[in-house]
Every structure is written in structure tokens, then in C-alpha cells.
Design a protein around this ligand. Structure first.
Ligand SMILES: *[C@@H]1O[C@H](CO)[C@@H](O)[C@H](O)[C@H]1NC(C)=O
Ligand SMILES: *[C@@H]1O[C@H](CO)[C@@H](O)[C@H](O)[C@H]1NC(C)=O
Ligand SMILES: *[C@@H]1O[C@H](CO)[C@@H](O)[C@H](O)[C@H]1NC(C)=O
Ligand SMILES: *[C@@H]1O[C@H](CO)[C@@H](O)[C@H](O)[C@H]1NC(C)=O
Ligand SMILES: *[C@@H]1O[C@H](CO)[C@@H](O)[C@H](O)[C@H]1NC(C)=O
Length: 503
């Protein structure tokens, strides 16, 4: 299955490497230089410690690797800033005493980020309920949702996923022929739900996998001419198929492991500004949103503050926080953890608050699916217990991919006797079955908790990945608790007779 996915596969590794520098047993000697940091003065046994700043790197103090520069200046190294490559960390995250950027206790030493607080009754997030639609779901053997079956009345926006960017022409191209043939079938649902908007998503996780499309975003953003080619193609497609906006899912700018380059940081901002200007000149009010990760590792490639003025909102992908890929992350390892843990989501959002992003412009990501594991020991099935490598739980009947199950499939498992345990503080459900199978997901109860959280943090909306993974129960649960009434929905036969002049 392709989703805008694994969002922090490498985060833990990078952070743990850096965090290790804070630990006093990171030693060096005349024969063993530091991996990271300068080797400071050696003691009687010829042993020194690795670190940054004058104590370790200053002339007379340093014994090897003396030209090493820290990532940031913690503010205790005196004036001049010569000990680090830059003074501040990207996205205003914390600078550790040894000059590494990060967000955890090792870096922040207890410093708190002020978070927005709103009364739940304000129900700020009820304004927008956005649903991504996997245009390729027709290809599943079962559990399909053709456009005419998309549940109406609760979603305010549908986002058709995905179109792609041609790596040479930079024109918008369909993912495949069938997926590209369904755009109008989805946009025509607007006739049945007054006020409904349908946007087009370009990109997605798989777009930047190894292959011909990997650098298409980066190459497109590189020059005004390439951007213009993309814009003109996009605009004609949006007019032709009656789309209301564009959602850009570039996963991820700057990230080397995702085909990114350093120049993406500025180019993405310029591209969004020019896109806003160009769309304004069409005379129609097209929307612009971008999908963003909730982890520092990938989010640091986004110049959030400079982007904000040009877009309507950020869709933050607060799911896939854990999965089988954790087995390769040194700081986590092969233990089963919930992929939509609210404690971790709240921490992820701190990256937005550090950058003064208006919470009204943020839509909280909700998963209509679970991330699964095959556990090592049937007697140890709680979160934190070990999983067997790299496979995930068995593939679902319809979604057919080990490690992930749709909400519809999980509901089936529960009906067939799987055990479900609520983790209240984390607002997740964990379901276990067949001895060693484990999946974390969100049901009606935890979606309600997450909606409350979105309201508490004053967010302007929620966003669902993906409409078609639901058997109808989740959107019904989420939607019927909103502080607004279900929109009136017209039957297809009715609008077919009245179509052109309708509403
Ligand atoms: C050497 O380390 C000491 C102790 O931290 C510091 O005061 C001094 O400035 C350092 N020397 C240089 C040349 O930076
Ligand atoms: C685009 O149009 C909107 C609404 O009319 C306006 O608020 C915004 O300033 C315009 N942006 C640019 C870059 O022209
Ligand atoms: C949720 O995240 C917290 C903080 O990382 C962790 O301590 C806890 O075990 C997690 N819970 C679950 C159910 O994954
Ligand atoms: C699990 O994966 C880790 C990291 O790739 C590897 O070191 C370990 O040997 C694997 N274990 C099994 C049982 O395959
Ligand atoms: C929802 O509909 C009911 C009944 O028609 C009405 O009384 C109520 O004011 C509506 N609520 C909102 C928030 O529009």
C-alpha cells in the first residue's frame, strides 16, 4: 500500500548518536580519535573526552580532531561563534551543551515549549474535516471504495491522491491510467454536497522512492521555468476536472535519503509563493496545502515560517510514528509501539509551536488504519514487548501488505474475537489475535480523544488518511461528534436531473 508514510525511520538513530555525545564515557586517546567532537585534554592514563566548544576544541585543550565544528552554539562558549557551523538550530529546536540539535531532554535540559490552549467547547478543529482518498484503491481485491461510495456529509474537503510530477516536463501526470481516469468522478460529488471542496494531492511517499520520479520535486522547484511548467499543467488540470485546490506531498525536501538537496529549503518556499501568485491570477480562489511530517528529522527540511504566508494550511502526518522500520533505529529497536501515540503527537506538534505557526492553519492527521507486528513472545504482548523482524503482522485480506491493516480489516478481526486494549493516556487501541499478532489503531473512542486534543491545541481541522480504509464506522463516529450538523446530501439521481444549474 502506498501512503505518505514512515515518517521517522531515521530520527531515533540520529538523535541517539548525538545524545551519546552528552555522555561522559565517550572517550578518546592518542590512538583513538573522536567520531564526533574534538578530543579534549588527556589525563595521566592518556584518556580524554570528546566534546565541542573551547573546553574541547580550544588551542592547548584539544589533542585531536581539533577542526571539528558543532551543529549549534549552546550560548556558553563565549562570543565569536567559531566553534559551530551555525549559531541556532533548524526549526528553533534545542542546542545541547556539546552543540547538537535535538528535541529531547538531552538537548533541552527541561526547557519547555509554550503550547496553545483552547477550551474544548470552542471546538476549533471542527471547522475542517479533510479526507484523503486513495485513488488507486480500485486495485485492491476487496474493500474497495469507488468514488460514488465515498461517504458524504461529514468531510468538508476530499483530497484525491495522488498525481505525480513528470521528471522531465514537470507536468502533472497520473499515477496510472485508471487512477487518472477517476478525478472527475470524485469532483462531481460536489453536486451532491453543497460546500464540499475536492483538492488534488501531488506526490506521496512512494513518489520519492528510488526510481525516475525521485528528484522530480527537487528539479521542478529548482528554476522558475520548471516551476512554471508545473503550474500551467496543474492549472489546466484543475480547471478541466473542477478541482478546488492543490495539496503538495513532497516527501521530503532536503532529506538526502529521500532524494533531496540543501537548496530545496529555499526553493520550496519560492515555489509556494510563486504558485500562490499564479493561482491568484487565474481568477478562481484555488487552495494550497502541504503535507508535513511530525518528526524533526524530516521536518527540518521545511522552512515553516517562510511557507506559512503562502499556503492555506499544513496537513501534519501524525501517524506512522512507529512500525517495523524501528528495528533499524538504534534508539528504539524491535519493540512494538503504537503508531499514533498521543503523547508523541503532542511532542511532534511542539515543532510547530517553536516556530510560531498559527494553530488554526494546522490539520491534525488521523489514521484510518493500523500498524502491525508479529510478536516474538506470545506471553509478552504489551506495548514495548519485542517483535519479530521486519515483517509486521500477516497481510490483510484486502490491503495485502504485511505490517498494515485497514480499519475495516481490524473491525473484522475484532468481530472474530480479537482482544482490544485501550491505552487511555496515549489515546490508542491495541488489538491482539492469533497468539502473536499485534496492531495499534484508532477506533471511535480514541478518535474522539484525538479530536478533543486537536481542540485543546486550538487546531483548525483534522485530516484523515484515508477515507477508503474505513468501513464507514470511523467517519460516522468522528463526524457525528462534530460541533456542526451533517451537511445535507443529495441522492445521485436527483443531481443528475438538475446538474448544471444546481446550487
Ligand atoms: C580551555 O578550556 C578552559 C576550560 O574550559 C577554557 O576556560 C579555556 O578558554 C580553553 N582554552 C581556549 C584557548 O579556548
Ligand atoms: C491571493 O489572493 C488572496 C485572496 O484574494 C489574497 O489574500 C492574497 O494576498 C493573494 N496572494 C498573493 C500572493 O497575491
Ligand atoms: C507512548 O509514548 C510514550 C513516550 O514515548 C511511551 O513511554 C509509551 O510507552 C508509548 N505508549 C504506547 C502504547 O505505545
Ligand atoms: C533483526 O534486525 C536487526 C537489525 O537489522 C538485526 O541486527 C537482527 O539480527 C535481526 N534479527 C532477526 C531475528 O532476524
Ligand atoms: C443542527 O441542527 C439542529 C436541528 O435542525 C439545529 O437546532 C441546530 O441549531 C443545528 N446546529 C448547528 C451547529 O448548526
Amino acid at each position: 500500500m502506498r501512503s505518505p508514510l514512515p515518517f521517522l525511520a531515521l530520527l531515533g538513530g540520529a538523535v541517539s548518536l548525538a545524545a551519546a555525545q552528552n555522555s561522559p564515557d565517550h572517550k578518546c586517546s592518542a590512538t583513538k580519535p573522536c567520531e564526533l567532537g574534538c578530543c579534549g585534554p588527556l589525563d595521566d592514563q592518556g584518556v580524554g573526552y570528546c566534546g565541542g566548544g573551547p573546553t574541547f576544541c580550544g588551542a592547548g585543550n584539544c589533542t585531536s580532531n581539533c577542526n571539528w565544528k558543532a551543529d549549534c552554539d549552546p550560548g556558553t562558549w563565549g562570543p565569536g561563534g567559531q566553534w559551530s557551523t551555525q549559531i541556532k538550530c533548524p526549526l528553533n529546536v534545542c542546542c545541547s551543551p556539546h552543540g547538537f540539535c535535538g528535541t529531547t531532554e538531552d538537548f533541552c535540559l527541561g526547557a519547555q515549549v509554550p503550547k496553545p490552549e483552547c477550551p474544548l467547547s470552542a471546538a476549533t478543529s471542527d471547522k475542517r474535516t479533510i479526507g484523503y482518498y486513495e485513488g488507486w484503491n480500485w486495485a485492491r481485491p476487496c474493500g474497495n471504495m469507488p468514488p460514488e461510495d465515498i461517504p458524504l456529509g461529514y468531510y468538508t474537503h476530499l483530497i484525491y491522491s495522488f498525481a505525480m510530477i513528470h521528471p522531465q516536463t514537470f507536468h502533472v501526470v497520473p499515477m496510472d491510467e485508471t487512477t487518472g481516469s477517476l478525478y472527475s468522478a470524485v469532483t462531481s460529488l460536489k453536486a451532491r454536497q453543497p460546500g464540499l471542496e475536492v483538492w488534488l494531492a501531488v506526490g506521496g511517499w512512494a513518489h520519492n522512492d528510488d526510481g525516475p520520479y525521485r528528484t522530480a520535486f527537487s528539479d521542478m522547484a529548482k528554476s522558475d521555468a520548471n516551476q512554471d511548467a508545473f503550474f500551467e499543467s496543474l492549472i489546466s488540470l484543475m480547471f478541466r476536472h473542477n478541482f478546488d485546490g492543490i495539496d503538495i506531498d513532497w516527501e521530503y525536501p532536503v532529506a538526502h535519503d529521500r532524494g533531496g538537496i540543501p537548496a530545496d529549503f529555499d526553493n520550496y518556499v519560492r515555489m509556494l509563493r510563486r504558485l500562490r501568485e499564479r493561482l491568484n491570477r487565474t481568477g478562481k480562489r484555488f487552495g494550497i496545502s502541504i503535507a508535513i511530517p511530525a518528526s524533526y528529522w524530516y521536518l527540518r527540511g521545511f522552512n515553516l515560517q517562510e511557507m506559512e504566508p503562502w499556503i492555506d494550511w499544513f496537513n501534519i502526518m501524525t501517524y506512522d510514528i512507529h512500525g517495523t522500520w524501528d528495528s533499524t533505529v538504534k534508539a528504539i529497536g524491535s519493540v512494538a509501539l503504537a503508531h499514533t501515540n498521543l503523547t508523541e503527537i503532542d511532542q511532534g506538534l511542539e515543532l510547530m509551536w517553536r516556530n510560531n505557526i498559527n494553530p488554526e492553519r494546522i490539520n491534525l492527521g488521523l489514521g484510518f488504519y493500523g500498524r502491525s507486528f508479529t510478536m516474538e513472545d506470545p506471553n509478552c504482548m504489551a506495548p514495548g514487548c519485542p517483535f519479530k523482524n521486519a515483517t509486521g503482522a500477516g497481510a490483510g485480506r484486502c490491503t495485502g501488505t504485511p505490517g498494515v491493516l485497514s480499519a475495516a480489516e481490524i473491525n473484522e478481526l475484532i468481530q472474530n474475537g480479537a482482544q482490544q486494549t485501550l491505552y487511555e493516556e496515549e489515546a490508542v487501541q491495541v488489538v491482539t489475535w492469533n497468539n502473536d499478532q499485534w496492531v495499534s489503531w484508532d477506533d471511535a473512542v480514541t478518535l474522539g480523544m484525538k479530536r478533543d486534543f486537536a481542540n485543546k491545541r486550538c487546531l483548525g481541522g483534522t485530516m484523515v488518511w484515508a477515507i477508503d480504509l474505513d468501513d464507514g464506522t470511523l467517519i460516522e463516529a468522528l463526524g457525528s461528534n462534530l460541533n456542526r450538523n451533517k451537511t445535507q446530501v443529495y441522492e445521485p439521481t436527483f443531481y443528475e436531473c438538475n446538474m448544471p444549474g444546481w446550487v
